[in-house]
Write a protein that binds this ligand. Structure first.
Ligand SMILES: C[S@@+](CC[C@H](N)C(=O)[O-])C[C@H]1O[C@@H](n2cnc3c(N)ncnc32)[C@H](O)[C@@H]1O
Length: 277
């Protein structure tokens, strides 16, 4: 029996009818990652296996009985959450960011990376950890993967903390983040103050509503330049790294020429060929 079937069955049998509502599919996924991921090479297989398992749960006849109606509803909701974070298009975008961020971290000789707003499954941190020894995934929420499985992939987890201008970033050489929402301004503020490089893929959801003196709504470029005069903000990224525009474009274009819908296979092929160069 595969590790996951074992964990699921054990939990299921251990639950009495009074406690059946305590089964959490999300906890179960965390348990599964603890037993299934002992090194980075297990990661993709574990995700595929769990996704198939999720489909089986959704179609499960055992849970269609009247008694299990509420439980089934809850499992379906949780199952959809997990499947959303394991969706190939979501993974590809985060991995692409991780590839670019690790390339910059290497170029700048950074030994320690803090990945802020890493998301429920910190795919970008996992990719960065393939190239950089000291990687911390930071998020205000707990990750869906267990702390142990992340450690097995070289990623330290720092969760349950809101990133603010007072966050302790000592020992961190570069701060990165893909769509870190409310942390964007704070990353720029803290990193520029401490003289640390940062690399952010910005998102519109975190943009504060501000107007200039003429009453026009201002974007990230104006807001972030007010905080750090040395920042470069384009339509996708904000950074202050000591890297020429030419070097920047070269790295970014290398990884962003592949459309997400072209799938994981191509990205994997690209990343393999890059390692061989
Ligand atoms: C839009 S998601 C992006 C997740 C992932 N990086 C990605 O690219 O899919 C934003 C994440 O940032 C986290 N986040 C937002 N503001 C934060 C803050 N101030 N401190 C810590 N985490 C924050 C949220 O909990 C969420 O997981």
């Amino acid at each position: 029996m595969k590790a996951f079937d074992y964990v699921f069955t054990k939990r299921f049998l251990e639950s009495t009818m009074e406690h059946i509502e305590d089964i959490s599919y999300i906890d179960l996924f965390r348990d599964y990652s603890r037993v299934a991921i002992s090194s980075p090479k297990d990661y993709k297989d574990a995700i595929h296996y769990f996704s198939h398992f999720a489909m089986r749960v959704l179609e499960s006849k055992d849970l269609t009985e009247e008694n299990f109606a509420d439980q089934r509803k809850k499992l379906i909701e949780q199952c959809s959450t997990i499947r959303r974070f394991l969706k190939p298009s979501n993974i590809v975008q985060q991995e692409t960011f991780g590839d670019i961020a690790s390339k910059f971290a290497k170029k700048l000789r950074c030994k320690s990376v803090l990945d802020v707003g890493a998301g429920e499954v910190p795919h970008s941190s996992i990719v960065i950890a393939e190239k950089i020894d000291d990687v911390t995934a930071f998020d205000r929420y707990k990750f869906l993967l267990s702390k142990e499985s992340l450690e097995n992939m070289g990623v330290k987890a720092r969760v349950g903390e809101y990133f603010t201008r007072n966050t302790n970033v000592s020992g961190v050489d570069i701060i990165v983040g893909r769509y870190p929402c409310t942390a964007i301004e704070e990353i720029v503020r803290i990193a520029s103050k401490r003289n640390k490089p940062y690399f952010i893929e910005h998102c519109n959801c975190g943009i504060p509503f501000k107007k200039d003196k003429n009453g026009h709504i201002v974007g990230w470029k104006e807001i972030l330049t007010d905080i750090d005069k040395n920042i470069v903000v384009d339509e996708k990224y904000a950074y202050n790294m000591d890297i020429s525009k030419k070097q920047f474009d070269k790295v970014v274009s290398k990884f962003t020429c592949v459309e997400p819908q072209m799938g994981l296979g191509l990205i994997a092929a690209l990343r393999t060929s890059e390692k061989e160069m």
